[in-house]
Design a binder for this molecule. Structure first.
Ligand code: KE4
Length: 429
């Protein structure tokens, strides 16, 4: 692939933007190449500034479940645009999207819109602390909830060692109230959550982890987490920024039939425009200003263009059979990937939940952060660069996921499997 124009833009971008990107992972540092600059997208494809076409499995990190530029979303945003872009006032559109969200997500009585997943999760833990009067937040190693200070703790701070900052600029004082424990570890989870001396306000979890690569919950783990948090009066927060409207119209909570107290949403809910949301039990949500004392605000929250995109997207997802078709396509793709890995005796572990897939370059089963870290990231980098060069656009990190959209055709899947075989052959000869 010729990428001269991308290179030129990358050089220019680095003069004005840290790392030349608006979010670190896009710089492709962990996969040993420069990013390509995308000019446009349509359906299952993205096109870079050198006019190269790629089959897109990043899907903007999850939002583009319908594919890029679906006509219904384009029309909805265009007609909203004719009425103006932002009013800083309540609009009928946010009422309509709020009603759709509350109808879709079984545990959500009320919802507040914000502008990103980070805003959603940071607001949800503030609300949980305000509601319980307690301070400690428990999270899981390898789960990512956005970049609010409270979440940027070193993985594995363990049960008794309170949070250790995972980034400069995060004061010890902030993360001393954050505990991170291993995902899918029943014993540590139970020991931590029943230790009443720990003053735990909430537990926040990705019900299916997708930020250390895809790791589904162990059978019974979410149910046990729900049982213990309910018994201890701890607020259970599902971070469904990825899984919400992705695994089913009701997210992971509907798929696994485990009801959290609060749910954080993002990505798909905005149909590609900036929307985050947090919602849950009415008695908790009624503590949010202006009805309650827990403060949270936002100039562009409920933005009419973003609401219009979210409404059009959720209506499309509600079509009968949408998720069955999407998941069947993902299952076929995953089966092809596993067949090729076996054919070339490549040590890989593939994890999939619905239409979210990660191939880990490790022979070990991957059920937690430690397992994910056994992956050979050099091998992944080689694989990534090969696939990009062959016109397949994957997430530039071993610890992310491939997303399947409604726009991916059988031909797209076949092409990606054909290019995967080429790459696997190069990796094993
Ligand atoms: P945003 O602030 O990026 O909208 O959402 C933060 C967030 C919260 N919770 C979960 C489960 C998430 O996955 C995310 C963001 N996901 C990453 C990639 N997996 C976004 C990509 C990026 O950081 O550039």
């Amino acid at each position: 692939m010729k990428t001269d124009v991308s290179h030129k833009f990358f050089q220019q971008a680095q003069r004005f933007i840290p790392g030349g990107v608006s979010s670190p992972v896009r710089a492709c540092k962990s996969v040993g190449c420069e990013p390509v600059f995308i000019e446009r997208a349509s359906g299952s494809k993205v096109y870079d500034v050198d006019k190269n076409e790629y089959v897109d499995f990043v899907c903007s990190w999850g939002p583009m479940i319908l594919g890029h530029n679906p006509p219904a979303v384009q029309e909805a945003v265009t007609s909203a645009l004719a009425n103006g872009t932002s009013f800083g006032a309540p609009t009928p559109l946010e009422v309509e999207l709020a009603e759709l969200v509350c109808a879709a997500m079984p545990s959500v009585d009320k919802v507040r819109f914000v502008n990103s997943g980070t805003e959603a999760t940071m607001s949800a833990i503030r609300l949980a602390r305000g509601y319980t009067g307690r301070n400690v937040v428990v999270k899981f190693d390898g789960c990512y909830h956005g970049h609010a200070d409270a979440f940027l703790v070193k993985a594995g701070s363990g049960v008794v060692t309170l949070g250790i900052p995972g980034s400069p600029g995060v004061p010890d004082d902030v993360v001393k109230n954050t505990i991170s424990i291993p995902y899918n570890d029943f014993e540590t989870m139970e020991k931590t959550l029943t230790d009443t001396a720990l003053d735990i306000a909430c537990v926040i979890i990705e019900p299916v982890a997708a930020n250390m690569g895809v790791i589904p919950p162990a059978p019974g783990f979410l149910e046990k987490l729900r049982e213990i948090t309910a018994a201890q009066g701890i607020v259970l927060i599902f971070d469904e920024v990825i899984t919400g409207f992705r695994l089913s119209l009701g997210g992971a909570q509907a798929k696994f039939n485990v009801m959290p107290d609060l749910t954080c949403m993002g990505k798909i809910i905005g149909g590609g425009l900036p929307v985050g949301a947090y919602g849950g039990k009415g008695e908790i949500m009624d503590m949010v200003a202006p009805d309650g004392p827990v403060y949270q605000a936002g100039t562009l929250s409920g933005n009419p263009l973003a609401m219009a995109a979210g409404i059009a997207t959720l209506k499309a997802l509600a079509q009968p059979g949408f998720y069955d078709k999407l998941d069947a396509k993902a299952a076929a793709y995953a089966a092809g990937l596993e067949r090729l890995a076996a054919q070339y005796s490549l040590e890989t572990t593939l994890n999939r939940e619905g239409s979210v897939i990660t191939t880990f370059f490790t022979a070990q089963p991957v059920t937690d952060f430690t397992g994910a870290m056994t992956s050979d990231t050099e091998k992944f980098g080689f694989f990534y660069r090969n696939m990009l060069n062959e016109g397949i656009y994957l997430a530039p990190s071993q610890f992310e996921a491939s997303f399947i959209s409604a726009a991916h055709t059988e031909a797209d899947i076949a092409l990606s499997l054909e290019k995967t075989e080429l790459s696997f052959r190069k990796m094993t000869t």
